[in-house]
Design a protein around this ligand. Structure first.
Ligand SMILES: [Zn+2]
Length: 41
């Protein structure tokens, strides 16, 4: 099973079917909307 995790707040965004355990990083809705407010690095 694969998991999509928010790279900013570590919240689990979604799960998807996969043969192996996979973790992908993305941004949740909350962090996407905050993107213009502050940007780290
Ligand atoms: Zn987030």
């Amino acid at each position: 099973m694969g998991t999509i995790v928010c790279q900013t707040c570590d919240a689990t965004i979604a799960h998807f079917e996969d043969e192996k355990v996979t973790t992908l990083y993305g941004k949740c809705c909350k962090c996407n909307s905050d993107e213009t407010a502050e940007e780290e690095e």
